[in-house]
Design a binder for this molecule. Structure first.
Ligand SMILES: Nc1nc2c(c(=O)[nH]1)N[C@@H](CN(C=O)c1ccc(C(=O)N[C@@H](CCC(=O)O)C(=O)O)cc1)CN2
Ligand SMILES: NCC(=O)N[C@@H]1O[C@H](COP(=O)([O-])[O-])[C@@H](O)[C@H]1O
Length: 247
């Protein structure tokens, strides 16, 4: 009953509460180490309402990472947490967990984050940790993927979005994009080709997660309830463009 003794509080208050909750943006924390071109792609996707949530903080283990400027320029909380200031990987990860938790994220996104995360960290955020890796996993886990692929003479290379697990670059793959390797390609040109595809597929995978369509269950990742194939979905340029148009 309202305070004046008139009719009960209108249902609209309940409706407003519901709509307010529903419209509360999903919160994303992004971890970087360098340039942040993938971060910029996520910031741009958010500005076009194509990310499915809000980047609430960017954290870098390198204080001079240009990606921190990108975050500040976008009005996003930019935090430098230099790993060299910690005595151990475990101590750094412990500090990183505290900074992340202060922002109460629904999803933590690695975007060129160049530190191997400890089991404690991975378990703390298991199932809501995504990474983008510059190869067609399981090929070329680790570093220097473009040079290694060229040295092997591969004709196809690419990038993979995967859930992060304790196994370095071994987590379940969500989506991949491939590029053709031409005879005149060098590591720089191949890196540029792969970057363009990374900037397209990462926002799509993140939006799938934030909308609740992508989940990591006991049996592996599912999209819209359907199990994903071992190397995730292969998204062509056309597929990715269609996915974005549908939104
Ligand atoms: N536990 C996990 N940690 C991380 C994963 C993962 O899948 N599981 N993905 C990586 C991202 N990554 C490639 O995509 C990657 C990053 C860093 C390294 C690495 O060897 N780092 C060295 C330092 C290298 C440097 O500073 O240049 C290190 O941490 O000692 C390999 C792969 C993120 N973490
Ligand atoms: N193993 C991790 C790794 O190599 N990640 C790669 O670092 C680059 C970061 O670029 P960015 O800082 O411009 O986004 C990206 O190509 C990403 O795939």
């Amino acid at each position: 009953m309202s305070s004046s003794g008139d009719a009960p509080t209108p249902a609209s208050d309940t409706l407003n509460d519901f709509s307010a909750e529903a419209s509360q943006a999903r919160r994303v924390v992004v971890l970087i180490s360098g340039n942040g071109s993938n971060l910029q792609a996520l910031i741009d996707a958010q500005s076009y309402d194509e990310l499915g949530g809000e980047i609430v903080a960017v954290i870098s283990n390198q204080a001079d990472a240009y990606g921190l400027k990108r975050a500040r320029d976008a009005g996003i909380d930019a935090v430098a947490l230099p790993h060299r200031e910690y005595d151990s990987r475990e101590a750094f990860d412990g500090a990183l967990i505290k900074v992340i938790e202060r922002h109460e994220p629904d999803l933590i996104v690695l975007a060129g984050f160049m530190r191997i995360l400890t089991p404690v960290f991975v378990q703390r955020f298991y199932g809501r940790l995504l990474n983008i890796h510059p190869s067609l996993l399981p090929a070329y886990q680790g570093l220097d993927t473009h040079a290694r692929a060229l040295a092997d003479g591969v004709t196809e290379h690419g990038c993979s979005v995967h859930f992060v697990t304790e196994e370095l670059d071994g987590g379940p793959v969500v989506v991949q994009a491939a590029v053709a390797v031409d005879t005149e390609d060098d590591a720089a040109s191949l890196k540029d080709k792969v970057h363009l595809r990374e900037h397209l597929i990462y926002p799509i995978a993140i939006k799938w997660f934030l909308e609740g369509r992508l989940q990591l269950g006991q049996q592996g990742p599912t999209l819209d309830g359907m199990p994903l194939p071992p190397q995730g979905l292969r998204l062509s340029h056309a597929d990715a463009a269609e996915e974005l148009d549908e939104e």
